[in-house]
Design a protein around this ligand. Sequence first.
Ligand SMILES: [Cu+2]
Length: 118
Amino acid sequence: MNLTKQRALLAIFSVLFVGLIAGGISQSSAKKAVQNDTAATFVVKGMVCGGCVARITDTMKKFKGVKTCKVTLKPPHAVITYDAKQTNTKAMMKKIASLGYKVSLLPKKKEAPAKPKS
Ligand SMILES: [Cu+2]
């Protein structure tokens, strides 16, 4: 009887243990998926209203490889996160330009330079 109980307990513990390991693996692969996402900010010239914002947002959200897209008028930026394995900034800029806007990549800066006061 004692041996049977021990075996039963052992079986329960091993199931729990495997569950913990499997949970840990799926968590780390989820983290990897997030790490694959790259963010880029584009300066979009030529946007004049909310229609422009919606147009670019809708188009880019459907664009292959794009995860999220946030477009603002002030500043005229499009912040896009994307899977670098599926697309790149050049392809996305071409797409935005094809809508009739002038687009350039915002240089990555930690702080915006202070505007000189005259
Ligand atoms: Cu517009």
